[in-house]
Write a protein that binds this ligand. Structure first.
Ligand code: BF8
Length: 657
């Protein structure tokens, strides 16, 4: 095939680029088949060192200007922009792009909700009325004596301000603990609507606009907050209202979920709508019969990346792998169709899919890819698109001509821990509350809580940093909550099972065994990071752990991140009060004022702060040190000493017995 994406240049050492055995097996096959993946491209594309340090400015045509990271104050841009202005501008723009992506997704969910409520869309319905009422109460809407339609209409109108609000505060600001909100108000950081904030962020980073890195970062924070407490939160809440709030479900993960004797369909992307309708189509008796007529035993639907993570949490749909496995899975030859919607869809998928005669189907008007087959997905008539996807997959199954190799790697884990379920799980049916979680933190059995989230990135060994970091955290009694591709890494490694409690420290293990929960709780997709924000807010409101999110013994990490969405998420956690550490690379120059501002001074003002390390053990050490610092400030460090003494005493007694 002329267009075949043959690997060129340096050959990768497979064991150095991934710890995912299924992906490694497929990379070996890809090499035999002469097919290139992101791992080959990363090995042969040296990352631009100036861009990696964010020391270049290309926002006007007197440049682009490149500053020297080794002598950051030796030069300024043609307009006089300092290194701090340039890095802050670049950082603000990354936050704006990431925020735009999440808000674009959230607004699309809200549009869908509006048309469902108005009866213009009939393929979806309000499934979780309880959640609708909860959201209404949270944003100050009376629920008494209102029909579902009346209530939903009011909720829609109020939540629309998340995107269109010209002034005032976004609706979910009401969820923010008072002291955290006051800090934002004092710093002029409470978001108005997302459109306004993103517009102002872009405007302020134009040549000749805001040239004070502190002031630029105020807007970057306000923009990021309209992601976390705005667009992403709306996406999560509306998805729960329409498709159901997740509760724990046992799910299979990894490439072994593909079935050689069935029609395999993968859905990859971010909005649950497409996936929900494909799920309906694969259960259509007529299409199941068509698959059987083609010689298949049935139709096997599996997910990847974030929409996969949502469907795994909500419906127990098997998950085949995270971002870096999206090309390798096509190498199995067993994928009969890959349907994608928006975000994290690599252009390279087109050529890899072509090599294995797999139809790669784009469906969304915002994400076409040259060379892919486009079948428009319209929520007003979703099944026309999704049935065509299934028919294409059946036809590909019937005409399979290439050898198939499915890695026999598959594990089971428990997923679907919404913040509501954590409440219920720890508090019980009749006293659903965060009090037991707080109590266990105060008494020291649980040292603190860490969110480990985000992408995989071929610049680091796939899954390795996620898995080692999480193991180290739970070993030290830190409860881990997860989303996105990181959650899938840990699920593949077997840590999302209750049995994984034996890898936890004695205190966390005791809590997990009492409740029957895993030490690693999967919360869903990247927009579901908002479940972590809500859990933090609930912990503050429950009491005993300080007055603001910044007081909590919590920390966050995105150890293998690669996207601007991750930068936006990191900044909304930092601005909300959480110490957040990233791996891979960090887009700024060390030793500059801007670096000091993000990594130290921000915390001194009452917010969280950024951290960076490539090493999972160092990352864990920094996160645990931060958690211990917060415990000390709360005066609960002694309780933990006592618990550890109790454990040691008990162990002594056990061994004496
Ligand atoms: O939003 S974790 S690689 S799939 S960006 Fe993308 Fe990163 Fe995966 Fe989802 Ni999130």
């Amino acid at each position: 095939m002329e267009d075949k994406p043959k690997p060129k240049g340096k050959e990768i050492v497979i064991r150095d680029v991934t710890t995912c055995e299924a992906t490694a097996q497929m990379l070996a096959k890809a090499r035999k088949d002469d097919v290139e993946t992101q791992f080959d491209r990363a090995a042969n594309m040296k990352a631009c060192p100036i861009g990696a340090d964010s020391a270049c400015c290309k926002h006007c045509f007197m440049g682009p200007c490149r500053l020297n990271a080794k002598d950051p104050y030796g030069k300024v841009g043609v307009c006089g922009a300092s290194i701090d202005t340039i890095m802050a501008r670049n950082f603000g723009r990354m936050v704006a792009t990431g925020t735009a992506c999440h808000n674009d997704h959230g607004m699309a969910m809200l549009d869908l909700f509006r048309d469902v409520v108005a009866g213009k869309i009939i393929d979806y319905e309000i499934k979780d009325i309880h959640k609708l009422e909860e959201v209404a109460v949270t944003i100050g809407i009376e629920t008494e004596n209102k029909s579902v339609k009346e209530l939903a209409t009011e909720v829609y109108k109020e939540l629309e301000k998340t995107y269109t609000g010209v002034e005032g505060e976004i609706p979910f600001a009401k969820r923010v603990p008072e002291k955290t909100l006051e800090l934002w108000r004092k710093n002029d950081m409470v978001p108005r609507g997302a459109m306004r904030e993103i517009m102002e962020m872009l405007s302020r980073t134009h040549i000749g606009m805001d040239q004070d890195y502190v002031n630029i970062m105020k807007q970057a924070s306000r923009t990021a907050l309209v992601d976390g407490w705005g667009g992403s939160m709306v996406a999560t809440e509306i998805s729960d209202i329409l498709y159901g709030t997740p509760s724990p479900v046992a799910v299979e993960v990894n490439m072994g979920v593909l079935k050689e004797d069935q029609v395999n369909i993968i859905v990859h992307g971010h909005e649950p709508n497409l996936f929900e309708s494909v799920l309906a189509s694969v259960n259509d008796p007529g299409l199941i019969q068509a698959a059987k007529d083609a010689g298949a035993k049935g139709i096997n639907l599996v997910g990847m990346c974030c929409s996969g993570a949502e469907m795994l949490s909500r419906h127990g749909v098997p998950h085949a792998g995270n971002f870096s496995s999206t090309e390798p899975i096509l190498v199995t030859g067993a994928v009969d169709a890959m349907a994608v919607d928006i975000q994290c869809i690599q252009q390279a998928l087109v050529k890899v899919a072509e090599c294995y005669n797999t139809p790669l189907i784009t469906t969304n008007s915002r994400c076409h890819i040259e060379g892919a087959t486009h079948i428009a997905f319209d929520e007003h008539d979703p099944r026309t698109c999704t049935e065509e996807i299934v028919i294409k997959a059946i036809s590909r199954f019937k005409n399979r001509s290439l050898p198939i190799e499915i890695p026999q790697k598959k594990g089971q884990g428990v997923h679907g821990f919404s913040h509501e379920y954590i409440n219920y799980m720890l508090g019980g049916t009749f006293r659903a509350s965060y009090a037991p979680l707080n109590d266990n933190i105060i008494n020291g059995r649980i040292r603190g809580v860490a969110g480990v989230v985000g992408c995989t990135n071929p610049r680091v060994k796939q899954d390795y940093v996620h898995v080692e970091l999480v193991k180290e955290l739970i070993k030290n009694d830190v409860l881990v909550v997860q989303t996105g591709c990181s959650q899938v890494a840990l699920a593949k490694a077997g840590l999302t099972t209750p049995e994984a409690a034996h890898l936890a420290g004695p205190g966390l293990r005791e809590v997990c065994e009492t409740v029957g929960m895993p030490p690693v709780l999967g919360l869903g997709s990247c927009v579901d990071n908002t479940r972590i924000l809500i859990a933090c807010a609930e912990m503050v409101k429950t009491g005993g752990l300080g007055d603001s999110i910044a007081d909590l013994p919590v920390a966050g990490a995105a150890p293998e991140y690669m996207s601007e969405k991750a930068i936006a998420i990191g900044q909304y956690f930092v601005a909300s009060g959480v110490f957040t550490i990233f791996g891979v690379t960090f887009p700024l120059v060390e030793g500059t004022k801007f670096h000091k501002y993000l990594f130290e001074e921000f915390e001194q003002q009452g917010f969280g702060k950024w951290g960076f390390s490539r090493d999972p053990y160092e990352m864990a050490r920094l996160m645990i040190a931060h958690i211990d610092k917060k415990r000390k400030a709360l005066g609960i460090d002694k309780a933990r000493d006592r618990v550890l003494m109790d454990m040691a005493d008990r162990q002594k007694l056990d061994s004496a017995a």
